[in-house]
Design a protein around this ligand. Structure first.
Ligand SMILES: *Cc1c(COP(=O)(O)O)cnc(C)c1O
Length: 219
């Protein structure tokens, strides 16, 4: 077992006091590590890859709330639609449409977050302000999707001021959207390296992997 039990206990207590939800990001990590955190009471887990998520879901307790936090391709929505708890990375109307379709097929409403592009890096996915407005305006076309909030990833940078400014920007968009539309309840921002700043800037949900499970090794 390679999970960082003490770190988990400290972080989950800290987040609990602040009413921030901890999503334990278990991508690339074995079933045993997830079971170990589950034994300590953790129920929200995040995965990035559809096939890996489907395999893990089939082999782990059914009361785990599975978050899909990666970039989701429309043709793969059907595999996770029966059970996914929250899809964080929705960044196009095309994807919203497909989630709505698959949710209807499964007789459920799927909760989603719209991903906003806040980093300066070109490689991070997400909508800009205009695309967010358009998506929010069209939600009534997707009755089986419930947009509960926004998600974003800050630049991977040591410059804390820059990271903070990006989170601030997302928080402002979140506040504005909550006023003009049904109240949004979830602001998913913050990872192992920047979750403290994210919480200071108003995050309600953090996605933490390496601090809990150790560094990931990609082969
Ligand atoms: C991998 C990943 C995380 C967790 O990253 P850590 O730095 O290991 O905490 C959070 N969010 C997303 C979208 C990820 O892909």
């Amino acid at each position: 077992m390679s999970i960082h039990t003490d770190v988990f206990k400290t972080i989950s207590q800290e987040l609990n006091e602040k009413n921030v939800t901890l999503v334990a990001v278990s991508k690339t990590k074995p079933i045993e590590d997830i079971e170990a955190l589950y034994q300590l009471g953790q129920r929200d887990f995040g995965e990035n890859y559809v096939q890996e998520l489907v395999d893990k879901q089939a082999n782990l307790p059914s009361d785990i709330r599975w978050h899909f936090i990666g970039h989701l391709q429309s043709n793969k929505v059907k595999y996770i639609a029966p059970f996914v708890h929250l899809i964080h990375g929705v960044d196009s109307l095309k994807l919203l449409k497909e989630i709505d379709k698959q949710a209807a097929k499964n007789h459920r409403i799927i909760d989603c977050l719209l991903q906003i592009h806040i980093a300066t890096e070109e490689t991070k996915f997400g909508m800009n302000e205009q695309e967010l407005k358009e998506a929010l305006d069209q939600l009534s076309n997707f009755p089986n999707v419930r947009v509960c909030g926004l998600m974003g990833m800050a630049s991977f940078s040591d410059d804390q001021q820059k990271v903070r400014a990006e989170f601030k920007m997302l928080r402002d968009l979140y506040d504005q959207s909550s006023i003009s539309h049904e109240p949004l309840a979830i602001l998913s921002m913050g990872m192992s390296g920047d979750y403290k700043i994210a919480i200071e800037e108003g995050s309600t949900m953090v996605r933490i992997g390496s601090l809990l499970f150790g560094a990931r090794v990609y082969s």
